[in-house]
Design a binder for this molecule. Structure first.
Ligand code: ATP
Ligand code: MG
Length: 383
């Protein structure tokens, strides 16, 4: 008899011919997640099993964070021949349970001497005999005692919800514009959840922004990499571009011109990294640079698709996710972002693209972009 984790996957079951490919990718990700725990991970009978670890809580915490895992059940695997031993274990598993329950038995071994209804009835009786305060509810039970009779018997009660989504790496790669704020880490997490590998691009305005602001962003990338594997962060010097814009362009347009520079540079970093899309943490109407007109103006300078997974989220909803995924506290550390250093008093909310283009003519666009790209520092972070 031994404890193991029974890993259930979500959407992969929708896949047709590609299913083995997605499953293998998921097994690899589960294996990586338990590295250092001396656990074995294998695919058996269409399900993923994890065993051999010393620390159940740690193994659970790691596996439930893997994108593509729908839920994890701490289970007991035992010999199926001795039904009394099996029933005794079922009774032990139900020890902390109160309220209503039912037994669900699945029998893939059709030679087993009892059929599924018999197993359910017999185990139900024994559990009730041990805990008379429990009630059976076949339709809406609070708990389900699951028994699977395969090559061995598997018993479990607890089903722990996991991250969901698709295994990272099955959905290509995208470049996240990562500020030190609350929104962009959440946006990156949401796209990674759909199976996408991330790289990141961060713009800093040293010495207007501090070394600690840069460290904060690297820490956010590290937190994200705990979900999606290592992330290549392109740290881009942005000070010269910002001072040029500040000096030579109308104040009301400075934020948008700056954002257009960010998009152009991020697109180049993305192409270097083999990324096929950009990701931002923008949400419609949140600030002046996120009105529909402003979003059109920043979109207009790139050809890669821009994913904005938070577009319909309220700030409070974004914060909820940030708290859940563990980035909120770091995002709230009070260091300056390059956007806040040069904020205009009255930014344009309905910019005309022609006016932005006209203003940009005062700048040596190509020279400034080339200079920024030449100064990029690439830092690889791992969770
Ligand atoms: P966040 O909380 O993610 O900083 P925000 O609400 O502060 O977002 P903005 O400052 O307008 O909004 O930025 C919008 C998006 O532009 C960010 O979500 C991020 O994707 C990108 N961005 C902003 N500043 C930077 C930066 N310094 N480096 C990289 N990307 C940035
Ligand atoms: Mg910001």
């Amino acid at each position: 008899m031994r404890s193991l984790l029974l890993v259930r996957y979500g959407e992969i079951f929708l896949k047709g011919l590609n299913r083995p490919y997605f499953l293998r990718a998921l097994v690899r990700k589960v294996q990586q997640s338990v590295e250092g725990l001396h656990a074995q991970v294998w695919l058996h009978d269409g399900r993923i099993l994890v065993a051999g670890f010393a620390d159940m809580d740690e193994a659970m915490a790691r596996v439930t964070r893997v994108f593509g895992v729908h839920s994890v059940c701490p289970a007991v695997e035992m010999d199926k021949a001795d039904f009394d031993a099996l029933a005794a274990e079922a009774v032990r598993l139900m020890a902390d349970i109160s309220g209503s329950f039912r037994v669900v038995a699945r029998r893939s071994d059709k030679t087993y001497p009892m059929d599924s209804p018999e197993i359910c009835r017999e185990l139900g009786h024994r559990v009730l005999a041990a805990y008379p305060a429990l009630k059976v509810d076949l339709h809406h039970p609070e708990h389900v005692l699951n028994v699977e009779i395969r090559d061995k018997a598997y018993l479990y009660v607890r089903v722990i919800p996991a991250a969901g989504g698709m295994p990272v790496g099955t959905g290509g790669r995208a470049a996240l514009l990562l500020s030190g704020g609350i929104d962009s880490p959440v946006a990156g997490w949401m796209i990674a959840k759909r199976g996408v590998e991330l790289s990141a691009v961060h713009f800093h305005s040293y010495p207007y922004t501090s070394e600690r602001a840069r460290d904060k962003v690297l820490e956010l990338a590290r937190l994200l990499s705990g979900y999606c594997g290592s992330i290549c962060v392109h740290v881009v010097p942005f000070t010269h571009i910002q001072t040029e814009i500040h000096e030579k362009c109308p104040e009301e347009y400075t934020t948008l011109i700056m954002r257009r520079f960010m998009m152009r540079i991020a697109e180049q970093c993305a192409r270097r990294d083999g990324a096929q899309a950009l990701i931002t943490g923008e949400s419609l109407g949140q600030v002046a640079s996120q009105t529909m007109e402003a979003l059109n103006a920043t979109n207009a300078v790139v050809t890669l698709p821009v994913f904005r997974p938070l577009i319909g989220f309220d700030k409070s909803e974004i914060i909820e996710v940030a708290e859940r995924i563990g980035t909120y506290e770091t995002s709230c550390l009070p260091y300056e972002d390059c956007c806040t250093v040069f904020t205009p008093k009255h930014p344009a909310t309905r910019p005309k693209i022609e006016k932005l283009v006209e203003s940009e003519k005062h700048l040596d666009m190509e020279g400034l972009i080339a200079e920024a790209l030449a100064g990029v520092e690439v830092v690889t972070v791992t969770g």
